[in-house]
Ligand binder design. Structure first.
Ligand code: HEM
Ligand SMILES: [Ca+2]
Length: 304
């Protein structure tokens, strides 16, 4: 029961304000678009899209494995929230701000536009254990990733289209280094990783180096939201294992992800349309509505 015009009367300039703040953030650092998009994903997979990810404190989702030293953009969310508050105080949820910021981040990176549904309210608790359980890991098997998406109502099509978000942004060496030297204990690199990219990454991420050095997911256009990601997979140039297995694993054939990769590579319009559709579905994961939850004043803490 989310709707596109939820704040029409109570915060008529909402879209303008968020767009302006996201634009400012992206102007000073293009990567921020990727970081904001990821925040909405990591919020929605845990307790639904309720801004649980934004809560500070012990037991926070920010300190869960997939987010610690990894999720970023929280200061930008604070800035958006305070701009929104100064124009319409106490009416717009942090969960909705994440949804709009994710949409605008894709648009400002050259991707498609969709009508974002609104009316979510903010949760009262963070769920660190839930974040560790629900968020997919880069080295996870395809059937297991598919199960995690299924657990929140998303299908195989959503897995592939939403993985296309990795057309922008960066990943730390630590998230893919096992592929470079000793892939799942074989003592050799991942054979599905293309040779020149393997060599480049081995130089960027030697075993002795700090695991926080980063590489672009899409070496061709790390800041542009396009469909190169899928071409990369076909060429053995997926960065993390969970990307490459969508094309190269045995399960990619049986689950149908391989043919979806091929179709998004040959038809960018289909990718854009499916991505928009899947983002709307993801944004609809168990929202709090009506009088459930609250409208947080500060995205980092529940109201006093
Ligand atoms: C399919 C399962 C997925 C896995 C296993 C996965 C895993 C990862 C990993 C390991 C990173 C790098 C983190 C780091 O370096 O610390 C990352 C970054 C990123 N992920 Fe995913 N991801 C998945 C799906 C998604 C989805 C569904 C979205 C959004 C719709 C998304 C958006 C992003 C973006 C934009 C970045 C780059 C963030 C930045 O540069 O700040 N990912 N992901
Ligand atoms: Ca959440």
């Amino acid at each position: 029961q989310l709707s596109t015009d939820f704040y029409k009367a109570t915060c008529p300039d909402l879209f303008k304000i968020v767009r302006r703040e996201v634009q400012n953030a992206v102007k000073s650092e293009m990567r921020m678009a990727a970081s904001l998009l990821r925040l909405h994903f990591h919020d929605c997979f845990v307790n639904g899209c309720d801004a649980s990810l934004l809560l500070d404190g012990t037991g926070s989702e920010k300190d869960a494995g997939p987010n610690l030293n990894s999720a970023r953009g929280f200061e930008v969310v604070d800035r958006i929230k305070s701009s929104v508050e100064s124009s319409c105080s106490g009416v717009v949820s942090c969960a909705d701000i994440l949804a709009i910021a994710a949409r605008d981040s894709v648009l400002l990176s050259g991707g498609s536009l969709w009508k974002v549904l609104l009316g979510r309210r903010d949760g009262l608790v963070a769920n660190q254990t839930g974040a560790n359980r629900a968020l997919p890991a880069p080295f996870e098997a395809l059937d297991s990733i598919i199960s995690k998406f299924a657990a929140v109502g998303l299908n195989v099509n959503d897995v592939v289209s939403l993985s296309g978000a990795h057309t922008i942004g960066l990943a730390r060496c630590g998230t893919f280094r096992d592929r470079l030297f000793n892939f799942s204990g074989t003592g050799a690199p991942d054979i599905t990783l293309e040779q020149s990219m393997l060599t480049d990454l081995q130089h960027l991420c030697p075993l002795t180096a700090d695991g926080s050095i980063t590489a672009p997911f899409d070496g061709k256009s790390a800041d542009l939201f396009d469909n190169h990601y899928f071409q990369n997979l076909i060429n053995g140039k997926g960065l993390i294992s969970s990307d490459q297995i969508l094309f190269s694993s045995d399960a990619a054939v049986t689950t149908g992800t391989k043919s979806l990769v091929q179709s998004y590579n040959s038809n960018i319009n289909r990718f854009f349309a499916d991505f928009a559709n899947s983002m709307i579905k993801m944004g609809n994961i168990s929202p709090l509505t009506g009088s459930a939850g609250e409208i947080r004043k500060n995205c980092r803490a529940v109201n006093a």
